[in-house]
Structures are given as C-alpha cells and as structure tokens.
Design a protein around this ligand. Structure first.
Ligand SMILES: Cc1ncc(COP(=O)(O)O)c(C=O)c1O
Length: 383
C-alpha cells in the first residue's frame, strides 16, 4: 500500500519497551512510573464505576473536571478561563496534540518544532498536509542549559509558518523556559498570525524551586495558544490516557470540531474521579515537584561514580546521561546493547532529531521505586 506516513516506523517507546521485556531488563526507557496512583483516587474511580457512570461523557468533558481544570489554571497561572468555552478533556495529551495540530494546519503550511522533538508531532503535521521544520535546541556546554536559539527561530519564520510547537518542561532533555524566554517568544510572534501549541504535560514536574512558565501566564501568547496537558504524568496513571486542551474560545471551537471525530468523549468514571481528587487534594501539585526532585537527586547520586556525564534535569522525570567517555557507538546501537548486555533499557535521543545531536546521550526515566533505580544504577556503574 502507498503509505501516508512512509517515513514512520513503530515509535521508539514501543520498540525499547518490547526489547526490555524480551531481555527481562529494567525498563527505564518509556516514561511511566513503577508506582500506583493514590488509593483515594482509585477508590473514587471504583465508586463511579459502581454508581452507573458508565455511559458517554459530554463531548468536551464532564463539567466538574472542566471546572476543576479552570480552577487550577487560575490558581497556578493567574488566568481566569471559561470552563464551558475554553477547556476540553482529551484522550491523553496525544489526542489533544493531534486535534490541535489538525485544527490549525492546512495543506502547504509549515510547522516549527524544536529537536529533540517528541515523536507524535511530525506525523500529525504530515497527515494534515503540512511540513515540519526542525530547529535544534542549543545543546549545553558546562554552564549553559538546553535552550531555544531565538535568533534561529526568528530566521526560520516565513510566510507559510502557521504553527510553532513548544514542549517545556522538555522531554527528553528536562529543559525549562525562563520568563525571558517567554518575552522573547512574544516579541517574535507579535506581528504574525502564527499559532502556538504548548505541550505542558510535565507542568508539575519542575525542580530547584523554578516556576513553570506556562504560556497561560502571558496575555499575548494565550490568545494564539493551545495548552495541552496530561493527567497521566501528574497522577502516576499514564495508562488512563486522560489529558486536556485549554485554548481561547475561537481556538477551542475549532479544536472540538476535530476532537469530536477523533475521540468524541473520554472515559466517564475516570474524569469524574479526577475532578473530585483535584478538588480534594490541591496540595498534590505542590508535593509532586519535591517527590520527583528527590528521585532525580537519588538517581544522579547513584550514577555519580559511573563513567557517564550529566547535568541534572531541570524538569520532567527523565535524566540524560552522556556516554562519550565509554564508547563512540551511535546511541540507538548503544541503547540496544545496554538493554541486552546489562539489562537496563533507555531511550536514544537521536530518534527525536532530524540531524544527529551533539554528544552521545541516552534518556533514563527515574519515575521508579528506589530499589529499581539502585539496581539499574549499580549496573550502569559497572561500565
Ligand atoms: C512531551 C510529551 N507529550 C505528550 C505525551 C503524551 O501524553 P499522553 O500519554 O497523555 O497521551 C508524552 C508522553 O510521554 C510526552 O512526553
């Protein structure tokens, strides 16, 4: 068959998780916690399952959840949003991203992403008839972080540029945005008709007391933005695939036109349970960064005496380790070899890049119980 996505194979997450299983390895590749959501949240789901909440939810999401999302947005980012007109619950962030991309991208449009770029963006752009321009993030030297090259972005924008997709805290590098970055972005798009998608699925996993620079904080950027998030990352429940899109009314109306045909509505009892839980435990957002910062610190401490180099991640539950001191093998080959030979699965980051990135880095997920991290690190330290 003449494929619509000829360059697309199986996502690296599925490939590395399958290899990990085959080798009975410790799976630090795909980004999912080894621990469960809170028992209170699970009990709320059981409650709704047993009280008849088993039919279609409203297409944009159950009202209680949309209101809880609006309350959170106001509390954390200072923006008052309309739960009826500006919030849509999606089938994970993945469907939210797909629907937002299809809401704006037309045949011939150009979309800018930053490499390493999460791998669901480009196929959605291609299916919408657009083309993707990959701009590499600046890779850090000793005292700089991964960051957007704003001059390069300015140069890359042309008459066909329709959309820029951002993802901060950033998977896989753990980079975050500063308030100065937000100002620079606002300057660059000010006199254009470019839309923005901000993939903020790690909005609550940010370290060292930094504040998450959501595009929701900025009046100008908000007007042209779709903010996508995911409860999977926040509540240790990636398997539920429940996320959401927040966007101004005109953008939300277009988003819903796509959402109603890609998904229609999201699982009812889980939406109702998350709404209750958000209301009952607002401190969850405050505690989550601390919880994951301890995991990051633990993992970094455990690999400190290894031959890997690293800069501690600023956010997300991923840590990059640079293996340049160990081998000059390419990262895909090395990630496979590590899985087979020492039983630790990771993700090579070149698969998220159009051109090979500088250095030799693998991504390790530290959303795992301590004994799993300890065992994985002891194997990595033997190299
Ligand atoms: C940057 C990024 N965006 C989107 C997603 C997808 O989120 P969901 O599982 O809610 O579809 C992920 C999941 O790993 C991610 O890392």
């Amino acid at each position: 068959m003449d494929s619509k996505l000829p360059g697309t194979g199986t996502t690296i997450f599925a490939v590395m998780s399958a290899l990990s299983e085959e080798c009975d390895a410790i799976n630090l590749s795909q980004g999912f916690p080894s621990f469960n959501p809170s028992q209170d949240l699970l009990d709320r789901i059981t409650h709704y399952l047993n009280s008849g909440a088993n039919q279609y939810a409203p297409m944009p999401g159950v009202p209680s959840l949309r209101h809880a999302i609006a309350a959170k947005v106001e509390q954390l980012y200072g923006r008052t949003i309309d739960a009826e007109l500006e919030v849509t619950v999606s089938d994970g962030a993945t469907e939210g991203l797909f629907s937002a991309i299809h809401a704006v991208v037309r045949a011939g449009d150009e979309v800018i992403v930053f490499d390493p770029a999460y791998d669901s963006y480009e196929p959605a752009v291609t299916l919408a008839g657009g083309t993707t321009t990959h701009l590499p993030l600046v890779f850090p030297d000793e005292d700089a972080d991964f960051q957007i090259d704003w001059n390069r972005l300015e140069d890359a924008i042309g008459p066909k540029t329709r959309l820029i997709i951002l993802n901060f805290p950033h998977n896989p590098t753990g980079a975050i945005l500063s308030p100065a970055d937000i100002e620079r972005l606002a300057d660059i798009v000010r006199d254009t008709s470019i839309y923005l998608i901000s993939d903020e699925v790690y909005e609550h996993i940010i370290f060292d007391k930094a504040d998450h620079q959501s595009l929701l904080r900025n009046d100008e950027l908000w007007e042209r933005s779709f903010i996508i998030s995911s409860f999977g990352k926040t509540y240790h429940a990636t398997g539920w695939k429940v996320g959401y899109c927040v966007a101004p009314p005109v953008l939300t109306a277009e988003f819903r036109k796509i959402h109603q045909w890609t998904c229609y509505a999201v699982i009812t009892p889980i939406q109702l349970a998350i709404a209750d839980y958000m209301q009952d435990t607002p401190h969850h957002y405050v505690e989550l960064p601390v919880f994951y910062e301890q995991k990051r610190d633990r993992f970094c401490e455990l690999v400190r005496d290894s031959r890997f180099d690293y800069q501690p991640a600023k956010g997300t539950f991923f840590q990059l380790l640079d293996y340049s001191n160990i081998t000059d093998e390419d990262d895909v080959a090395y990630a496979r070899r590590l899985t087979r030979e020492i039983g630790v699965a990771s993700i090579p980051i070149s698969v998220f890049c159009e051109k090979p990135p500088p250095g030799r880095k693998l991504r390790f997920c530290f959303a795992k119980d301590d004994q799993i991290l300890e065992e994985a690190a002891s194997r990595l330290c033997q190299l």
